[in-house]
Design a protein around this ligand. Structure first.
Ligand SMILES: [Zn+2]
Length: 152
């Protein structure tokens, strides 16, 4: 009996990373309102998605996809986030959700859109925000009220 318990303990310990892999993904509270804005326009956020702050030395944002269980992680540069306005933060999250949720693989740097890899300044985004929504979500888009975020 003791041998069985030890064996079970070893087996469970060996599955540790797998259990963690399948645990509900964590979305940092800073990003949750932006995820809600995205979901209001694109409800099909299936599978497990985590969004956390990463390193200040990396890109503004990054989408990691882990197949085959559809787990995805978005990692956001905390410094870029701290200096960004609410509409720029929205741009950053929507861009990465474009990769991780809509499965848009590449970038479109020829036009002004959420999948442009050059994150513009907030004023430029604000000026074209409705067009950005229209191009990304279609004509039934619901523009998000960003007053929850005091960043300007
Ligand atoms: Zn990208």
């Amino acid at each position: 009996m003791k041998a069985i318990i030890i064996l079970l303990t070893v087996l469970l310990a060996g599955c540790g990373p797998k259990f963690k892999f399948n645990s509900p993904a964590y979305i940092d509270s800073a990003f949750r309102p932006y995820v809600a804005c995205f979901k209001a326009n694109y409800p099909d956020v299936s599978g497990k998605l985590g969004i956390t702050f990463g390193s200040e030395d990396e890109a503004t944002g990054r989408c990691n996809k882990y197949m085959p269980n559809k787990k995805r992680d978005i990692v956001i540069n905390p410094f870029d986030w701290s200096i960004s306005s609410a509409v720029r933060r929205e741009f950053i999250i929507f861009h990465e959700m474009g990769h991780c949720v809509m499965y848009i693989g590449g970038h479109d740097d020829d036009t002004f859109n959420y999948m442009n890899s050059n994150t513009p300044i907030g004023e430029t985004i604000l000026e074209h925000r409705e067009q950005l929504y229209l191009d990304f979500f279609g004509e039934d888009y619901e523009l998000c009220d960003l007053s929850f975020d005091e960043a300007t």
